[in-house]
Design a protein around this ligand. Structure first.
Ligand code: NAD
Length: 346
């Protein structure tokens, strides 16, 4: 397995492989960049088919966190951790404590948080071995879940995207298709409904789908048909790599703006969307609300008002990206990457 000439290697500062025989831990932590601050990024537990697959994921995701925090103007770098395991079968308190010790060995250069396969309860076990954990409830009875802030950030991103992509100033009557109504998608659906949008929802969880559709007066469709929905906006809020070349050709929407990480299956799909006149809000700009809240949670003087004000700056960041992209005739994804790299150097 190669690291320094791996296609996803981007001069990552540190890549740490850790193991613990007693708990069965096999983990990789990648610290991409710490010029702006400690590398914050979630811990993913996934039954990767191979170590090579886990390495690819952690290299890509950690760079994504650097870009996300830079464009959200946070004093944070980018990092990510993965454990090669099945979260439903292998996740034990011992495994999580061992992971905490590995995180602790990096003395705060890497700060961990929830990601797929991990929960706030898991973070509490990790916290037994290290202080370098975010995404924990601040007080008993509160939740450390950043999803409502992520959803609000996507809503703010949409304000910019519909202005630039559709020439619209408000969401009254705006037709939005939401793919995935989990933690983020459900909050987003409620906020859009309150703003007057008309929603089409899909999810693989049929029961949750019907319940939410009733609540927000939405229509529903199958996961396979969501791409063909006659809507103004497509909001991917389920999984990554959803924007394939085929989907880019099928979409009826004029704007793509959602919460999912790594929405572009391959970078060239950004150009396909651009060529079809579909405005794509780069995922790591639109979905930064959660990491903004997680950063504020780390400080004693936490203020929800300050978090919301920071999250709402996503609108202006996207305005700048869309304007630059418009002036240069290029995709917003290319401009976002360029801006992020500029910020990592300054
Ligand atoms: P979640 O697991 O709560 O929700 C995902 C939903 O998508 C689930 O309801 C699931 O049933 C559904 N789903 C899965 N496959 C599907 C398919 N093929 N078609 C339709 N629906 C499908 O996750 P979440 O926390 O809401 O996050 C959603 C996305 O946003 C993820 O990609 C995540 O990485 C990203 N994200 C989340 C946050 C956050 O604060 N939670 C922050 C940044 C990015």
């Amino acid at each position: 397995m190669r690291v320094f000439d791996h296609p996803e290697f981007d001069h990552h500062e540190q890549i740490v492989f850790g193991s613990d025989a007693a708990s069965g831990l096999r983990a990789i932590i990648a610290i991409h960049d710490t010029h702006r601050g400690p590398a914050l990024g979630g811990l993913r537990i996934f039954p990767y088919a191979s170590e090579a697959e886990a390495l690819t994921d952690v290299l890509r995701l950690s760079r994504g966190m650097s870009y996300k925090s830079a464009l959200a103007d946070l004093p944070l770098g980018g990092g990510k951790a993965v454990i090669i395991a099945d979260p439903r079968r292998d996740k034990t308190p011992e495994l999580l404590r061992a992971m905490g010790r590995l995180v602790d060995s990096l003395s705060g250069h890497y700060i961990t948080a929830e990601d797929s396969g991990t929960s706030e309860a898991d973070m509490r076990y990790i916290h037994e071995s290290t202080a370098h954990v975010s995404g924990l409830a601040r007080r008993p009875g509160e939740s450390g879940d950043p999803s409502p802030f992520t959803a609000h950030g996507v809503f703010c991103a949409l304000q910019s995207a519909i202005r630039h992509g559709l020439g619209r100033a408000d969401m009254d009557g705006l037709r939005v298709a939401i793919q995935g109504i989990g933690h983020v998608g459900a909050h987003l659906a409620r906020q859009l409904h309150a703003a007057g949008a008309r929603l089409v929802l899909t999810d693989i969880d049929q029961k949750a789908l019907e319940l939410l559709a009733g609540e927000v007066d939405a229509t529903t469709t199958t996961p396979a048909a969501i791409f063909d929905a006659e809507v103004d906006v497509f909001a991917p809020c389920a999984m990554g790599a959803v924007l394939t070349a085929d989907v880019a050709k099928r979409l009826q929407a004029g704007v793509v703006c959602g919460a999912a990480n790594n929405q572009l299956a391959t970078p060239d799909v950004a150009d396909l969307l651009h060529d079809r006149g579909i405005l794509y809000a780069p995922d790591y700009v639109a979905n930064a609300g959660g990491v903004i809240e997680v950063e504020y949670q780390r400080h004693e003087d936490y203020s929800r008002k300050a978090v919301m004000a920071h999250v709402e700056r996503i609108t202006a960041t996207l305005d700048e990206i869309f304007e630059r992209a418009g002036n240069r005739g290029t995709s917003p994804a290319a401009i976002a990457d360029e801006l992020a790299r500029e910020r990592l150097l300054t």
